[in-house]
Design a protein around this ligand. Structure first.
Ligand code: PRX
Length: 634
């Protein structure tokens, strides 16, 4: 067993040991799981070819580590507490035994529809317990799940279904989000019509909308579950068999389907969950992330359930019916650990202290944040008013690619500093490099964040495109995994994440590639060209600023074109990718070789118009003045 760490000194001692002998460290952790067959070899890796294999030769089924391993002690303990969108609707609790039965029944449903080990099953559902059931049923039978966030448009969903080669889609008639009802099935229908691979759909009844069902393709979830047997033997998986594909945006156009495998992801998410949040028996843990993103996968479903925790999931939004909703949920279910995004904290902070009146929050022990840098004001508000100065904040830095938390305090052990993710977790070897790849040693340095040694939770490839995986992550700094983030290591050796250094922007914790938004804008028939940059936004962290070249106008004039661009982005990606600002320009600042000078567009978006530096190399320096002038009017 791994020694319990309780002090910073203890952390440093154990950390040193873990990086001196990482394979020994991880095999020791892995021992506490249930493997049908143990590994022959702990780790094989080569960062130049982007190959990493953990626990080779080991056989297991991840769901046996959730159910069979925990049932004896935890059969009657809630595994999932589900809080619905509307507080007047009853919440649901599924104990480990109940969840196990549902998962097995749904596993039988999937098998009955011809789904086998290795098949891809796509999931496009609102935040309901059946989403967890669907994930775990896939894992039980060895199908590879791919969850697509229910805010994505039909176009985005269709592209992902096609890329993954999904055979089956699990969806619902509709979904609730705050005061809105989302027409999920309609979007799913459009997406299925676009792709050639999905032949079967399972539809959950959630809103009771009157929706068309396609004969021979669509089946109601409740009908299929009625006849399903409630035991299902788990499929034996290899440690390196894929568990899921999750799409994320990068600096180039097409979203990447990152592949996570079974054994390493299991060990890593469970280990980091317990250690970062210091989850204790009987605690109630609440992660507000959507399962459509990696945080929901790793720290709402897999990490907590593998650790035998009680995980609370919430269907709705923090501001409906009012801005006290999170705090009501925390009091109602006596939540002990709460994990959310800085954007949620900032939006609630902006709505004022009234929403905290009469909220006790006394059960809280640990607060977490994830997804984007947290500014100091938001950190202090969270710490003082939600944590009442007694709950450590774990500012957890990680990525879809890393599978789990990489740099973070361990609650109550690592002393925190506002806005700092603090220290690497066990076995994680961060390295800061300059533009030329030179390692920046010691403290008080700033540069690009790389990781120099593998960890079990890392993504293994991009679905169907290993070359892209290597090019994206392992070629900028050969021999290192490049995160795409800038970072500072301060005088105490603490890490502070500074944000993306590539063309990725982080809007309310949603990761979006600027190229992806530009592609959507460029689809508009009146747009000649566009360039998108991020700018500081008080609530969203970053907002989207689009410079759009249009030489012909339609009847609605500039306003009309702005609205139709918004629509185009909503249709191509999803409403969350709509630009905050659209400036119609006559041209973009370009170098003589035709490269857009984004540096200048960034400065204009930030209102820093006196800091351009040398612009004489521009093809048409005058264009900059025009853009600056125009920017003041929007
Ligand atoms: O820029 C970093 C930021 O979010 C990016 C990863 O986004 P995604 O893959 O969608 O995963 C989000 C949830 C893990 C990172 O490259 N990021 C994530 N956590 C933090 C962060 N930036 C600052 N501080 C964090 N704690």
């Amino acid at each position: 067993m791994v020694p319990k760490i309780s002090t910073l000194g203890g952390y440093i001692f154990e950390y040193q040991k873990s990086v001196t002998n990482p394979t020994g460290f991880w095999s020791n952790i892995a021992e506490s799981f249930y493997w049908r067959k143990k590994w022959d070899h702990i780790l094989d890796w080569d960062f130049r070819s982007g190959l990493t294999k953990w626990f080779q030769g080991a056989k297991l089924n991840l769901t046996e580590n959730i159910f069979e391993r925990h049932l004896f002690f935890r059969g009657n303990q809630p595994a999932i507490i589900w809080e619905p969108n509307d507080p007047s609707e009853a919440h649901r609790t599924l104990t480990y035994s109940e969840l196990f039965i549902e998962v097995q029944r749904f596993s039988n449903v999937l098998k009955g529809l011809g789904i086998k080990k290795g098949d891809r099953v796509a999931i496009y559902l609102p935040m309901v317990p059946e989403l967890v059931i669907a994930l775990l049923a896939c894992a039980r039978i060895g199908a590879v799940h791919s969850v697509i966030f229910a805010g994505f448009s039909a176009q985005s969903l269709g592209e992902r279904l096609q890329d993954a080669g999904a055979k089956l889609l699990i969806t619902s008639d509709g979904g609730y989000r705050g005061s809105k009802t989302i027409p999920i099935k309609q979007i799913a229908d459009d997406a299925m019509n676009m792709c050639k691979c999905v032949t079967t759909a399972i539809v959950l009844k959630r809103t009771g909308e009157n929706i068309p069902m396609v004969d021979g393709r669509d089946h109601w979830y409740h009908d299929l579950m009625k006849g399903a047997g409630d035991t299902c033997e788990a499929e034996e998986m290899d440690s390196e068999d894929p568990l899921f594909i999750l799409y994320t945006s990068g600096s180039t156009g097409k979203p990447k389907g990152l592949v996570h495998t079974t054994g390493g992801y299991m060990v890593y998410t469970a280990y980091t969950f317990k250690n970062v949040f210091q989850y204790g028996d009987g605690d109630v843990y609440f992660c507000s992330a959507d399962i459509g993103w990696i945080t929901g996968h790793s720290y709402l479903v897999y990490g907590p359930l593998l650790s035998g925790a009680t995980s609370l999931m919430f269907e709705g939004v923090p501001t409906w019916p009012d801005a006290g909703r999170f705090w009501d949920i925390i009091d109602k279910h006596k939540v002990n650990q709460f994990y959310t995004a800085p954007t949620a904290i900032r939006s609630l902070m902006a709505l004022g202290m009234d929403w905290l009146q009469n909220k006790s929050l006394a059960t809280l022990k640990v607060l977490g944040t994830v997804g984007e840098p947290i500014n100091e004001a938001a950190w202090h508000w969270y710490h003082d008013h939600i944590g009442k100065n007694r709950c450590p904040i774990v500012d957890t830095w990680w990525q879809t690619e890393t599978g789990g938390i990489m740099i973070s305090p361990m609650a109550g052990i690592t002393p925190t500093k506002p806005s700092y993710a603090t220290m690497p977790l066990m076995g994680i070897q961060p390295m800061i490099v300059d533009q030329n790849g030179k390692q920046l040693m010691g403290n008080s340095v700033e540069g690009n964040l790389c990781i120099s040694y593998p960890w079990p939770g890392m993504a293994r490839t991009i679905w169907g495109d290993h070359e892209r995986f290597v090019n994206t992550y392992f070629t900028t700094y050969p021999g290192l995994y490049f995160t795409g983030d800038g970072v500072k290591r301060d005088e105490d050796g603490y890490y502070r994440i500074l944000g993306r250094v590539d063309d990725v922007i982080n809007v309310s914790g949603h990761r979006l590639g600027t190229a992806e938004i530009e592609n959507a804008i460029n689809e508009h028939p009146l747009v000649d060209e566009s360039a998108v940059v991020g700018f500081s936004h008080p609530i969203k962290g970053q907002g989207i600023y689009a410079y759009v070249v249009c030489t012909h106008f339609s009847t609605g004039g500039e306003e009309g074109i702005r609205n139709s661009i918004m629509m185009a982005v909503s249709t191509m990606i999803g409403p969350f990718a709509k630009p905050d600002k659209i400036q119609i320009v006559t041209g973009l600042p370009k170098t003589r070789s035709g490269k857009i000078m984004r540096r200048i567009l960034l400065k204009i978006a930030e209102g820093k118009t006196s800091e351009f530096g040398d612009i004489t190399t521009l093809l048409d320096p005058e264009i900059v003045n025009d853009i600056v002038k125009g920017s003041k009017e929007i």
